[in-house]
Design a protein around this ligand. Structure first.
Ligand SMILES: [Ca+2]
Ligand SMILES: [Ca+2]
Length: 343
């Protein structure tokens, strides 16, 4: 059975079940659009490696792609060099798409959201890569359409602000319902243009590679009512290290227990406790036999919250010891002068 045959058009059923997206739902504030990055840098794409509205574009200060979400929709935005409105009515219609890896396996992507045609006859489609082809292929064909939205409502085109260097470009934006996708775990994605709604056969963002593992973005957590880059979290799973596993092992991408105070980087919780958690400093831990001691009267009056100080003679007390020696020297000198005057 060919893929063309397997391609399941469920338009009638899906349209009936999917409430329409409204164009006014698109985020207006730039701050709500999250720049899609790879290796921590905004993904770019050179100009003139595709024709007009299919030429994905991105450079310094003008990222190629963005994502956003709200309580209902997941939004995609792609920058292209040519005016997508020129595609309307053209003999060869164009499409723009975002492919999502939702299972943390870069061998295949799982979903493709595409926007085609801009007038009311057009549509936005969400499809599943239900029969994955060859591994690591960003141009894989998707087989099963799972949702369909009015292009007039779930898609829009904007003239992008001119860049500092004067590069003009356009934004194609589209939206699908977030609850159609498994967004409980972090996702990775890539964008591209196409002549087809069931694969990205045009200009893929990030250069000329069509290797999925090479072009997938950094991880994003879109599980809530916004998309958040995982850069500030631990590993590609976007883990938040806390409790008894407060330390991020960068190599393993996993949270671990602390081994020593040096592992506890939060100034408000600098002490590595025996259970592996980082906790606030315990003043009663002051050890008079190493390099700190407690003022006994403070300990008795504040219930243990005494102030630790460097013990005399310790390395940490060297500076204050020198100051004390100078003060004693000055005192002896004054006494010497008084003795001399009496004499
Ligand atoms: Ca390009
Ligand atoms: Ca995958």
């Amino acid at each position: 059975m060919t893929r063309a045959v397997v391609w399941l058009w469920c338009v009638a059923a899906v349209v009936a079940s999917a409430p329409p997206a409204r164009a006014q739902n698109f985020p207006r504030a730039d701050s709500r659009w999250v720049v899609v990055t790879r290796d921590g840098a905004a993904v770019r794409d050179p100009g003139d490696d595709a024709v007009g509205e299919r030429d994905v574009l991105g450079g310094p200060g003008y990222p190629a792609a963005y994502v956003a979400r709200n309580a209902t929709f997941l939004f995609f935005r792609l920058r292209v060099a040519g005016d997508p409105m020129d595609a309307a009515g053209a003999s060869l219609s164009s499409a723009w798409g975002a492919a999502l890896d939702t299972d943390r396996d870069a061998d295949h992507f799982e979903f493709l959201a595409t926007a085609t045609e801009l007038d009311s006859a057009g549509r936005v489609a969400l499809s599943e890569n239900s029969e994955p082809g060859a591994g690591d292929d960003a141009r894989d064909v998707v087989e099963t359409q799972i949702a369909d939205y009015s292009g007039a409502r779930a898609m829009r085109v904007d003239v992008a602000p001119p860049t500092v260097s004067g590069v003009s470009s356009y934004f194609v934006s589209w939206a699908v319902r977030a609850d159609e996708l498994p967004l409980d775990r972090p996702i990775r994605l890539f964008f591209g243009s196409s002549s087809s709604p069931n694969r990205l056969d045009g200009d893929l963002f990030g250069g000329d590679s069509s290797s999925l593992s090479e072009i997938l973005s950094d991880s994003l957590d879109c599980s809530g009512e916004s998309c958040v880059p995982c850069a500030a979290a631990c590993g590609e799973e976007c883990l938040i290290c806390e409790g008894t596993t407060p330390v991020c092992n960068l190599d393993a991408g996993a949270c671990e227990a602390c081994d020593a105070d040096e592992d506890c980087l939060d100034p408000s919780a600098p002490r590595c406790d025996s259970d592996g958690a980082c906790r606030e400093a315990d003043p009663s831990d002051c050890d008079p036999f190493t390099n700190t001691f407690c003022e006994p009267e403070q300990l008795s009056t504040t219930g243990g919250a005494c102030e630790c100080r460097a013990a005399p003679g310790s390395e940490r007390s060297a500076a204050s010891f020198v100051a004390l020696a100078l003060a004693l020297g000055a005192l002896r000198a004054r006494r010497g002068r008084r003795t001399t005057l009496r004499d």
